[in-house]
Design a binder for this molecule. Structure first.
Ligand SMILES: [Zn+2]
Length: 506
């Protein structure tokens, strides 16, 4: 066994909101013992000096999309309707090499900002072949990060997913809408990828993501979940993200999106909801009863104008909570510290009663233990015996930490990733002195510029066609969002809503 003894560091303790000095003994990537300074270590154990460093468990990004890293910061004002209208054009025509690069650059950013595991909703079949998926899995392996990679699958294009949207388009634009995919072909491709998956499942596993219930026939959604269960992996779907979707679900199913999924029998401990903004009390209870998780993505929810999730309601109902950044196409960066901070702030914006806000330890727990449970990686999320040694080391001689106060609050509200000194995954350093080991940043920057030019040429016509449809999608979805819904998740009062966007669109 290869032993590693980490000495002289301070370890964040959620329960006592303190950071006592602790030594950590690691054997073959597993945490064997955590104890006070002077912890006994086997002869020959390698010494890792953590003097002047604060240790916390590697953060878990509960929801992201490696597919969008190259588009970071490319859009100004942009909402979910526009994102979905553009998504097929934006994810198509990418070579396997560009898919790898997208995924690798996202992983790199996460690692350098203290995140060691991600739930990545990646290119869905048929946009990625089994070979492409394996290559993207290799990107996480090469970067040295853990991930669930769940291809986003669907059989219903966005314009058919929202009742009435297709019919609202001018006749001359209707041919621009993509065709529906064949349900059996999509499920067959997903099964083939699951059967072929060659990567070590302790590091990179394949999940399944029926991307949005409205975009999936009942046969596809149920079939996807059956496949996930047959292969013992996890499922994630975007549920209750934007109001127009919540309203469309009532119109389509005669019930909420979560009630519809419950009726299909797909909710369970292996199921997670991304976003969960437009959930009512009954939805939350159904998710809690099933042991399901919600990835709260506050940065994305604000950036796309989706609304403010009732996270206190989710926790009170007993739903397992994770924190996510969302993809760089919808929230621009992959900074989990920023996502945690936004999570604290939006909870406070929702209600004047502090009892309904989230605490520092609650958010940090969601971003570590909650994410571990959500991703199905049971051996991560905490620094304690039996867990894997995924450890972030923050520099206490950085302004963020002068002085050390309540470290749980300080990680959530002060740390921004700039004090990340080292990052360890499975007992091995992947980031040392703020630099990712094994990456040539200059070469990557040149490669990213080249990929951007390549994609502009390849995707130009498809993006131009999508742009023609955009205004119609935007106006139609805004019209749906102006309709009444049992819960309010915008930061507007009803009088502003009535006067502000009682759109004449629908
Ligand atoms: Zn998403």
């Amino acid at each position: 066994m290869r032993h590693l003894i980490i000495r002289n560091g301070r370890l964040v303790d959620l329960a006592s909101r303190s950071a006592p000095f602790r030594d950590i003994l690691v054997g073959d990537g597993a945490i064997l013992e955590v104890g006070p300074p002077g912890l006994a270590a086997p002869e020959g154990a390698e010494l890792f000096d953590a003097a002047g460093l604060l240790m916390h468990a590697g953060l878990v990004n509960g929801h992201t999309h490696g597919v969008g890293t190259l588009t970071r910061g490319s859009r100004d004002r942009f909402d979910l309707a526009l994102l979905l209208a553009n998504a097929p054009a934006q994810t198509s025509r990418q070579s396997a090499e560009i898919k790898y690069l997208n995924t690798y650059l996202g992983a790199l950013e996460m690692l350098m900002k203290g995140c060691t595991t991600a739930f990545d909703l990646t290119f869905g079949v048929p946009f990625a072949s089994t070979e492409d998926l394996i290559a993207m899995g290799q990107a996480y392996r090469d970067a040295g990060m853990r991930a669930v990679m769940a291809p986003m699958i669907a059989d219903t294009p966005f314009y058919h997913a929202i009742p009435g949207l297709y019919d609202s388009l001018p006749d001359d634009l209707k041919p621009l809408v993509g065709a529906a995919a064949e349900t059996d072909a999509v499920l067959g491709a997903m099964r083939a990828a699951l059967e072929a998956w060659p990567h070590d499942r302790d590091f990179v596993r394949l999940g399944v993501a029926p991307t949005i219930p409205l975009h999936c026939s009942e046969a596809l959604f149920s079939g996807a979940v059956r496949l996930a269960r047959a292969f013992g992996t996890v499922v994630q779907s975007h549920v209750g993200e934007a109001k127009f979707q919540a309203v469309a679900a009532i119109e389509r199913y005669g019930m909420s999106m979560v009630a519809h999924l419950d009726r299909l029998g797909v909710l369970g401990p292996d199921f997670s909801v991304a976003h969960g903004v437009w959930l009512d009390a009954d939805d939350m209870r159904r998710l809690a009863d099933a042991g399901a998780s919600v990835s709260h993505n506050p940065g994305s929810n604000m950036r796309l104008g989706s609304g403010i999730a009732d996270v206190r309601g989710l926790l009170a109902a007993g739903v397992n909570l994770a924190i996510g950044t969302d993809g760089s196409a919808s929230s621009d960066n992959q900074n989990m510290y920023e996502a945690m901070r936004a999570g604290f702030q939006v909870a406070a914006v929702r209600h004047p009663d502090m009892e309904r806000w989230l605490t520092g330890p609650e958010i940090l727990r969601a971003a570590t233990e909650g994410g571990a449970r959500e991703t199905g990686f049971t051996g991560i999320g905490a620094i304690e015996p039996g867990k894997r040694a995924d450890i972030v080391f923050l520099a206490l001689d950085h302004p963020n930490w002068m002085p050390v106060n309540d470290p749980t609050v300080q990680i959530v509200l002060v740390e921004d990733g700039t004090a990340v000194r080292h990052v360890m995954v499975d007992g091995r350093l992947v980031v040392r002195d703020g630099r990712h080991l094994g990456s040539d940043m200059g070469a990557l920057a040149r490669r990213a510029e080249a990929a951007k030019a390549e994609l502009a040429a390849l995707q130009g016509p498809a993006l131009a066609a999508a742009a023609k449809l955009e205004p119609f999608a935007s106006r139609f979805c805004l019209g749906l969002a102006a309709r009444p819904y049992p819960v309010e998740r915008f930061a507007t009062c009803s009088c502003c809503t009535d006067g502000g966007f009682s759109a004449e669109a629908v």
